[in-house]
Design a protein around this ligand. Structure first.
Ligand SMILES: NC(=O)c1ccc[n+]([C@@H]2O[C@H](COP(=O)([O-])OP(=O)(O)OC[C@H]3O[C@@H](n4cnc5c(N)ncnc54)[C@H](OP(=O)(O)O)[C@@H]3O)[C@@H](O)[C@H]2O)c1
Length: 266
């Protein structure tokens, strides 16, 4: 059979990330951890950012380094404190590890309910700082390195950033703002850097049950999900891999919704 005409370089799953460096915020646990492993499997060296989960982040790095020497590194910092300065420091540390930065995955996020009658200014500041301000200033700090590497940014949004879901109001506002930041940054950072987002539905329930976010809520959510099941962290990681890969080289300012169809109807 004749070879198919393609402009894509020949590559296997494990090759295309080789020689590249990814910084994944909140990469120690849950979805972030799955993203770290998925990118590493494609050959990336990974900088695993954490805040409280230092032990878990180090365990991730140890496992990856034993699979491939000097391929993972841990950095830490609270993204809700002195946000712009923290972002500058984290990007400098990430870049210094291997002398380049090709991919920023803004995964770290805070999630809690904020009913209108109870929400405080502190709630607003914590959610907006962690979920929007930090990705904004991380992108700003990373931009020169990403431009040099012709790299990318992938922001973790949420279907709740596109559909109202009170009392997750401030969280939803923060994710809506992150989606808009993505679109603006795609314009500002082109043509060298691609900037995209992913909107997961339910892929890992919050570990702490919060008010209405209980068993009944979860059953109801699944009953309205066309694929009838909760997704997995790997489902989201696969979308990250696609947006990081040469297969999405003409995609920027775009989102992929990974929600089992849940966001199709109210
Ligand atoms: N899980 C889902 O079903 C779902 C659904 C829709 C969207 N998403 C989005 O997908 C992403 C990953 O979801 P997830 O459920 O895995 O997230 P998560 O467990 O709620 O949080 C991920 C990490 O964010 C870090 N983080 C929180 N506050 C921080 C701060 N002030 N400074 C630095 N790091 C901070 C934490 O790191 P440490 O543990 O090191 O402190 C945490 O492990 C998030 O952006 C989330 O909004 C998830």
């Amino acid at each position: 059979m004749a070879a198919l005409a393609t402009t894509r370089p020949e590559m296997t799953d494990s090759q295309w990330g080789e020689g590249r460096v990814a910084l994944v915020t909140g990469g120690a646990r849950r979805v972030g951890r799955a993203i770290v492993f998925a990118l590493h499997r494609r050959g990336f060296n990974v900088v695993v950012h954490c805040n409280n989960s230092r032990t878990e982040a180090q365990a991730v790095a140890d496992e990856l380094n034993s699979a491939r020497a000097n391929s993972a590194h841990v950095i830490s910092g609270d993204l809700s404190v002195a946000v712009a300065a923290t972002a500058q420091r984290l990007v400098a540390e990430a870049q210094a590890q291997w002398g380049r930065l090709d991919l920023l995955v803004n995964n770290a996020s805070l999630f809690f309910l904020t009913p209108l009658e109870k929400a405080t200014e502190r709630d607003w500041d914590q959610l907006m700082d962690t979920n929007v301000k930090a990705p904004f200033f991380l992108t700003q700090a990373a931009a020169p390195h990403l431009k040099a590497a012709k790299g990318g940014v992938i922001n973790l949004g949420d279907v709740i950033g596109e559909q109202a879901s009170p009392p997750l109001t401030i969280y939803g506002i923060s994710k809506a703002a992150l989606i808009m930041a993505t679109k603006n940054h795609a314009i500002e950072l082109g043509p060298e850097v691609r900037v995209n987002y992913i909107c997961p539905g339910a892929v890992a329930w919050p570990e702490v049950e919060q008010d209405h976010h209980d068993d009944a809520f979860r059953k109801e959510w699944l009953s309205r999900t066309p694929l009838g099941k909760i997704g997995t962290a790997e489902d989201v990681a696969d979308a990250v891999v696609f947006l990081a890969s040469p297969s999405s080289s003409y995609v920027t300012g775009s989102g992929i919704t990974v929600c089992g169809g849940r966001s199709l109807r109210l």
